[in-house]
Write a protein that binds this ligand. Structure first.
Ligand code: SF4
Length: 295
């Protein structure tokens, strides 16, 4: 059964009309939805943040994945950026991309992560939230509210399109995670509800069409590095929105476009490992080796 389509534009406009921050608007909304007090909802998110923080630390230990295709890159990037003249990303982006790789690797190694919105895209939100904490000094309560905002954005995307690679391609997983993270950054850095909408729209637009083509059907390659790419897109989208740059296409319409693109995408490009990177000669060779090893 199709979900009722929610509208991010309507909620953003309501927050602006009521002159409340979008974070407080979302806390109230989730509290009503979950029939729990605001304090309970925030406490639940704080518990999730603790898991996210641990998943960053776990990933930075250089864990290898079960399939053996990924591991150690978060650690590698962290070491490269320390005092290096080759730091192209700067402190904030460098740290965020490092953390995204770390959580992606922790997930691939079967570590404990928060699927936000999915396991495959679980590196994006922790990366942004904990970089905001470390670089701007946000407290866990503020981060928890940020996570609630991310959940609200995710709810809208799920209702109008999908959050699943199998249904909509990687645009729906890493694209949605990036859009959620962009919205969170704008909220926490004091942007207006309108700017939140533009950040989500710009980020999602820049990830439209991204296919889901995991090598050997494992959430390893290209998934881990796509989390890093989604963080970069989120930073670009949030920064543009904070500068007052607008998305010409309104956010709900961008989400609808993602749905229509996902529906047009061939099934070989939706988590079946039958197309894209998954059927390159190297991927096929790796797939054979992984399956031989596991027989
Ligand atoms: S490629 Fe597919 S499995 Fe990997 S993160 Fe993207 S949607 Fe998930």
């Amino acid at each position: 059964m199709a979900l009722t389509k929610l509208s991010l534009e309507e909620w953003l406009a309501a927050a602006a009309e009521q002159s409340v921050s979008f974070a407080d608007f979302c806390v109230e909304l989730q509290s009503r939805e979950m029939e729990r007090s605001s304090e309970d909802v925030i406490a639940k998110m704080e518990a999730m943040l603790a898991v996210m923080e641990q998943s960053i630390a776990d990933g930075l230990k250089g864990l290898r994945s079960k399939g053996g295709l990924v591991g150690g890159d978060g650690q590698r990037l962290q070491q490269c950026l320390m005092g290096s003249k080759q730091n192209l990303l700067g402190n904030f982006a460098g740290k965020a991309v490092t953390y995204a790789l770390a959580v992606g690797e922790a997930n691939a190694a079967m570590g404990r992560i928060v699927a936000a919105p999915t396991a495959g895209s679980s590196g994006v939100l922790p990366a942004v939230l904990f970089t905001l904490k470390e670089e701007y000094g946000f407290q866990s309560r503020e981060l928890a509210k940020g996570l609630i905002v991310a959940g609200v954005i995710g709810m809208v995307i799920a209702s109008r399109a999908s959050l699943s690679g199998a249904a909509g391609g990687c645009q729906a997983e890493c694209g949605s995670a990036g859009a959620m993270a962009a919205g969170v950054m704008v909220v926490l850095l004091g942007g207006t509800p309108e700017q939140v909408g533009h950040a989500v729209a710009i980020t999602l637009k820049n990830m439209l069409g991204l296919v889901c083509d995991p090598v050997a059907g494992l959430v390893e390659v290209p998934c881990v590095k796509r989390n890093a790419g989604a963080v970069a897109q989120a930073l670009v989208g949030a920064q543009m929105a904070l500068a007052g740059i607008k998305s010409v296409i309104p956010v709900d319409e961008v989400i609808d476009a993602m749905d229509s693109i996902g529906n047009s995408m061939h099934c070989s490009l939706k988590e079946t490992a039958q197309g894209g990177l998954a059927i390159t000669p190297t991927a096929l060779e790796l797939t054979e080796k992984i399956f031989e090893k596991n027989i």
